[in-house]
Design a protein. Structure first.
Length: 345
């Protein structure tokens, strides 16, 4: 068994030669992009939860696609760097995601207990309250998105509507080893064309969440072809016009064709930008609170809307939402995420 594991580990590590791995680890601005899209997400959800029009450049799924591309690229690289060590990989993913996530669920439950229109006894005796804890802890958020008597006067009653993507994230974490072991066994030249045909062929028929999942594959694909990274700065000049073209030409057929290629076009663009703007790599030195920003911003905004602060000043309410979320995210990083990550490096 040990020999087999070593053989598989060697094959997986060989997907990216050492010199290519050094380039991947080199100066890039993935951390800046994480912060940029995290704050874009906060503003987008703030607009939704306060029932105001979104700014055109933050509407749509751009930010979600970006997170999935970045995750596909970096998580796949993490697995390759660990030489296909499943125990190390899954432990790293678990401590990075689950403890902070569970704390957020408890946080939302306590907010519900505090703000519910029901008495404390009625709230705690309600099966919906405990169902919320149970199903959300298992990332089955759609089964019980709200708590009894909470946020009923808000435009949306959900406790934390941002968490829907967690199930896709975890699913991808599980699929990454399978795909990379197949890449090691079959070779990238066989697997990547199969994935390309599967993504392009199915994209138009997938539901929105399924389409988002293909952006993970896009990020992974760019990583596996990173030996050609020197071409990224040129490919961007092809990818961006292609993605913009459907908005300029009214053609459903063109929109469908370009849309099917978008997971790859956008992945090439985003990863290319990450390395072209390498002067922003100083963001690496900051505490990485982007996961906490994602986890806590929705319930924070909901509380502020509950107290109708946005009716007094929409700008000050947004600033307050960002500040409170940043404080909670920093506490999550300092007390939960960073200590566990240091322990299970």
């Amino acid at each position: 068994m040990t020999a087999v594991r070593r053989e598989k580990s060697g094959n997986v590590a060989a997907l990216l030669p050492d010199e290519v791995q050094q380039v991947v680890k080199g100066a890039n601005c993935f951390d800046f992009l994480r912060y940029f899209f995290a704050f874009m997400l906060i503003v987008a959800h703030f607009c939704t939860l306060t029932n105001i029009d979104q700014l055109f450049f933050i509407s749509g799924g751009l930010r979600v696609k970006a997170f999935f591309v970045i995750t596909g690229f970096l998580v796949s690289f993490s697995f390759i760097r660990r030489n296909g060590n499943l125990k190390s990989y899954f432990m790293k993913r678990f401590v990075r995601i689950v403890p902070a996530y569970l704390c957020t669920i408890v946080f939302c439950f306590l907010i519900g207990l505090w703000l519910t229109d029901l008495s404390a006894g009625s709230f705690l005796s309600s099966s919906s309250s405990w169902r919320y804890l149970a199903v959300n802890a298992m990332m089955l958020n759609w089964l019980q998105p709200d708590l009894p008597g909470v946020f009923l006067a808000n435009p949306l009653p959900q406790m934390n509507g941002a968490l829907w993507s967690m199930k896709l994230e975890v699913l991808f974490y599980i699929i990454v080893p399978m795909l990379l072991f197949l890449a090691a066994k079959w070779g990238k030249r066989l697997l990547l064309p199969i994935l390309f045909v599967a993504v392009v062929g199915s994209y138009s028929f997938l539901q929105v969440q399924g389409q988002y999942f293909t952006f993970f594959i896009g990020g992974m694909t760019v990583l596996l072809l990173f030996q050609y990274h020197s071409y990224l700065k040129y490919l961007i000049w092809v990818c961006v016009p292609l993605m913009v073209l459907p908005y300029m030409v009214n053609s459903p057929l063109l929109e469908q064709c370009i849309g099917s290629l978008e997971p790859y076009l956008f992945a090439i663009t985003l990863v290319g930008v990450a390395y072209i703007l390498s002067f922003l790599s100083f963001f690496r030195r900051l505490d990485n609170i982007t996961y906490g920003l994602y986890l806590y911003h929705f319930p924070v905004i909901q509380v502020l809307v509950h107290y109708r602060l946005h009716e007094r000043s929409i700008v000050l309410t947004l600033i307050l939402a960002v500040l409170i979320t940043a404080i909670l995210a920093t506490l999550s990083w300092k007390l939960i995420e960073q200590p566990l990550m240091n322990k299970y490096k």
